[in-house]
Write a protein that binds this ligand. Structure first.
Ligand code: ADP
Ligand code: ZN
Ligand code: ZN
Length: 816
């Protein structure tokens, strides 16, 4: 008898045994996919992780349906890494497998398939089976894989579907099909030879007989005098009442130069690519130190202030590893950031750069998977968000984790709840690859590892090109309110600075953290605040749509005209979010273009990129946004950053609140003054003397680190303790209460470490499910694996208690 051991893409911790024929046995290799039946009538794509002759003792092994690959598409390093993730993060191996593979490689009977829009299908080119599927899709817009099984009347249909996907005829339902290319705005400026007064008269002389062209030139002066902003071709044509053909003529005559702000900023200022690639002395020293550190240690932290030119150092380093023909993985916290970076890297490395993230459509993701698998030069450098670390690297040389402090590297939902930075360090280890972590504001954990000598540490304290760090000014809100110097949420100081920046044609960023501070409607008579009927939260007021909405479940209702409790019509809005800031700005600065970047405005597929682009293109003067703004964006015309209210960052019931506040404020401040001129930052706060705020003002990372580390030690938090959080959920309040108490008691009795809870979190009900949490703290001196095993046993026995089985338990190891 011959068997294969497989992982199923389901939330199952076990692997399963299927039987195979002798010829299949000889053909199959570890890392190939097989289609297998599971449950009553379902078919899944399983992954072979072992081939053996051990008959399972508990069940009869079913036969596989078919082998799906000719060669392994997952390698053994990956399988071992996934097993490590399952064990370390206490989750099912099936979850890891499912999270790791592009869904295009994981067809199953429930997968929904439809025909790709706007693609011409040559019917005569289809095989009979393909034609049947195609024809069925003319009758209905989508089909499940199991419908196709019926249509073709056979089980082995995955290859047919796969072929049709490859032929660009079919797509999987959940896919994003659009792709976004940023639009470029054309600008013109006067050629430098006409910059002087003499040059100017020479120019007018030159155009004496070209009236239409002269008109354009005069309009150009008019616009640039009144607006102090780059002049777009569009505007020029509009104001001069002319045509772009005439502008073109002026460009041909070298009277105007055309440029695009987005890509050509460097070219425009006349630098060549080689010049640009040259590292400054400071960068050179850092670069050498990193290489030196790599001879001793696997991981190195590059701690460099915002705008110190870390990216250029990464590029140099990548170059070295390219020469050694190694694969390079470049992890970013946010997919939204990739557009900028990809452009930068492609400038240097051409078509060696591939991008991988979950928002890419399936074909693209499968393609990158195949390229990495084949060690294709096209994917020698892979840029991606966290899931890119699951790609089939076989020759990884370097992992870069940029903005390593970002919490989005930790996956919250669904399982596997892994931390991409930490998991990539483990992965790099199995490839004997090096890891470079980069940040202007490293996480306490990482800096601790660097300080204790586990990681190398390289620091840069000044900005590239000796650009000064921004000048940070504090505004005391208490005093401003007392002296009546506030207009809405704006102090006179902030208004003055905005006015000044705008008058110089510079751009402004205003930061308003909305977490837990959204505008709500409150009854002035009885104090009632409308709540979500399904969650334990107040509904957020959205002025724009005149709606109340729940951010947790999406519930919405029209804004009430009177109080639901006492019927009073005296309702008021409380709290402030980005939308209200935007509203106030419109009144304070009526003639400026104001943009907003938050979860609502970036919801669309490329919402984020679009806003960033119009800001870079200077179609927006003031950008109001949430923490999305903090993430390493590089704008060169921003001279002022305003933090509307630092206090709602600081006061969160979270042991990382001060660390995060420091990081966020420093990162947002770092968006200011990235070119020659010193940038300005205004922080409005009720607590100007708060340590964290003072540390931000003084750019005192070290001070922040020491203070926080001290607290972490006193209160038993990372890096001194490992935290595991258990979240229990159920619709029945009493059952949940009992069940979580049961689990707590068992843990308390069996673990000689702090077990806290069961606690009702601040938001204790979401989508009608009640929530309790238990937190355990494992000292780093204690063996982790053993403790986790004990915990797993307790969870298993919890599952065996009949009345608690329906309680969901979510395990979050190293939660962020
Ligand atoms: P960081 O990632 O440290 O915030 P960046 O890598 O974005 O900083 O660099 C800040 C700015 O300085 C960018 O506009 C970048 O193009 C420029 N820069 C950095 N190093 C160099 C260099 N060696 N030559 C030319 N420009 C550089
Ligand atoms: Zn009321
Ligand atoms: Zn809700």
């Amino acid at each position: 008898m011959h068997f294969v051991e497989v992982i199923l893409p389901l939330s199952l911790a076990k692997t399963f045994t299927y039987s195979v024929s002798e010829s299949e046995y000889n053909y199959i290799q570890i890392g190939m996919r097989v289609a297998v039946p599971f449950g009553k009538s379902k078919i899944y794509t399983a992954l072979v992780i072992d081939i053996h002759e051990n008959k399972p003792s508990l069940y009869d092994a079913k036969e596989i349906h078919q082998i799906l690959d000719e060669k392994p598409i997952v390698n053994e390093i990956q399988i071992a890494h996934w097993q490590w993730i399952a064990s370390y993060y206490m989750c099912a191996i099936g979850d890891v497998y499912r999270g790791a593979m592009p869904s295009g490689l994981l067809l199953e009977s429930e997968t929904i398939i439809s025909q790709k829009q706007d693609v011409f299908v040559e019917e005569s080119q289809l095989s009979d089976e393909e034609f049947l599927v195609y024809e069925a899709l003319q009758q209905q817009s989508s089909l499940k894989v199991k419908d196709i099984i019926n249509i073709l009347n056979k089980k082995n249909i995955f290859p047919v579907i796969q072929k049709m996907i490859d032929k660009n005829i079919l797509v999987l339902e959940e896919e994003m099909l659009e792709s976004y290319t940023s639009k470029l705005i054309r600008y013109v400026k006067l050629h430098s030879k006409y910059d002087s007064n003499e040059g100017l008269s020479e120019l007018l002389e030159l155009l004496k007989n070209a009236n239409k062209q002269k008109e354009i030139v005069l309009s150009y002066f008019q616009i640039s005098a009144s607006e102090k902003k780059p002049v777009t071709v569009k505007k020029l044509v509009e104001i001069a009442n002319s045509t772009s053909a005439i502008v073109k003529a002026l460009i041909d005559k070298e009277i105007f130069e055309e440029y695009y702000i987005q890509v050509d900023r460097v070219n425009f200022s006349g630098k060549t690519k080689e010049e640009q690639l040259k590292l400054s002395d400071t960068q050179e020293i850092a670069f050498d130190s990193i290489k030196e550190s790599f001879t001793q240690k696997e991981v190195c932290l590059l701690h460099g202030v915002t705008s110190s030119g870390k990216t250029e150092i990464y590029i140099k380093l990548i170059e070295d590893f390219i020469k050694e023909e190694k694969q390079i993985l470049y992890l970013l916290p946010e997919i939204a950031l990739t557009t900028q970076l990809v452009r930068r890297l492609r400038d240097y490395f051409g078509n060696k750069v591939a991008v991988f993230h979950s928002k890419y459509n399936n074909n693209e993701r499968v393609e990158v998977w195949q390229q990495v698998l084949a060690q294709s030069p096209k994917a020698q450098i892979v840029i991606g968000a966290r899931s890119a670390l699951f790609l089939p690297f076989s020759n990884l040389g370097l992992v870069i984790v940029d903005e390593e402090h970002e919490q989005t590297f930790k996956q919250v939902d669904p399982s596997p709840r892994y931390h991409a930075r930490d998991a990539s360090i483990v992965l790099a280890n199995s490839h004997q690859a090096k890891v470079l972590l980069g940040s202007a504001t490293p996480s306490i954990e990482t800096y601790f590892n660097a300080q204790s000598g586990k990681y190398g540490l390289v620091e840069i304290f000044k900005r590239y090109g000796n650009v000064m760090m921004p000048d940070i000014e504090l505004v005391d809100l208490k005093e401003k309110y007392f002296r009546k110097k506030m207009s809405g949420h704006f102090s006179d100081t902030l208004i003055d600075e905005i006015t000044l920046a705008l008058s110089l044609g510079e751009q402004v960023i205003l930061f308003q953290n909305r977490r837990g501070f959204s505008p709500v409607i409150e009854c002035m008579t009885c104090g009632h605040v409308p709540q979500c009927p399904q969650c334990d939260v107040s509904l957020t007021f959205h002025k724009h749509k005149n709606q109340l909405r729940c951010h947790y479940c999406g519930y919405s209702m029209a804004k009430p005209t009177n109080c639901h409790v006492c019927s009073s019509v005296d309702l008021t809005t409380k709290g402030f979010g980005t939308e209200q800031i935007q509203q106030e700005l419109t009144e304070l600065f009526p003639n400026t273009k104001i943009g907003r970047m938050d979860q609502d405005t970036t919801r669309g597929k490329f919402g984020f990129e679009k806003i960033i682009d119009s800001f870079k293109n200077r179609e927006i003067d003031i950008l109001v946004g949430t923490q999305m703004l903090a993430k390493g964006l590089d704008f060169d015309n921003v001279s002022l950053v305003g933090i509307m209210n630092a206090d709602n960052l600081l006061f969160h019931p979270d042991f990382r609140a001060f660390e995060r506040s420091y990081q966020m404020m420093t990162q947002v401040s770092g968006r200011s003054g990235r070119s020659e001129k010193q940038g300005k930052v205004i922080i409005q706060t009720y607590n100007p003397n708060h340590n964290t705020i003072q540390q931000v003002v003084n750019n005192d990372y070290e001070g922040m680190y020491k203070e926080q580390l001290y607290d972490r030690k006193i209160y038993n938090y990372p890096p001194y303790y490992k935290l595991i959080k258990f979240t229990l959920k159920h619709r029945d309040f009493d059952k949940l209460k009992e069940g979580s108490m049961w689990l707590y008691q068992v843990m308390k009795q069996n673990l000689v470490i702090p077990v806290l809870g069961p606690e009702e979190p601040p938001i204790s009900r979401i989508r009608n499910e009640y929530i309790r949490t238990i937190l355990i703290k494992i000292p780093i001196s204690q063996p982790l694996q053993g403790t986790k095993k004990t915990i797993q046993k307790m969870l298993n026995s919890f599952d065996l208690v009949a009345q608690y089985r329906s309680i969901k338990v979510i395990v979050n190891v190293d939660f962020y």
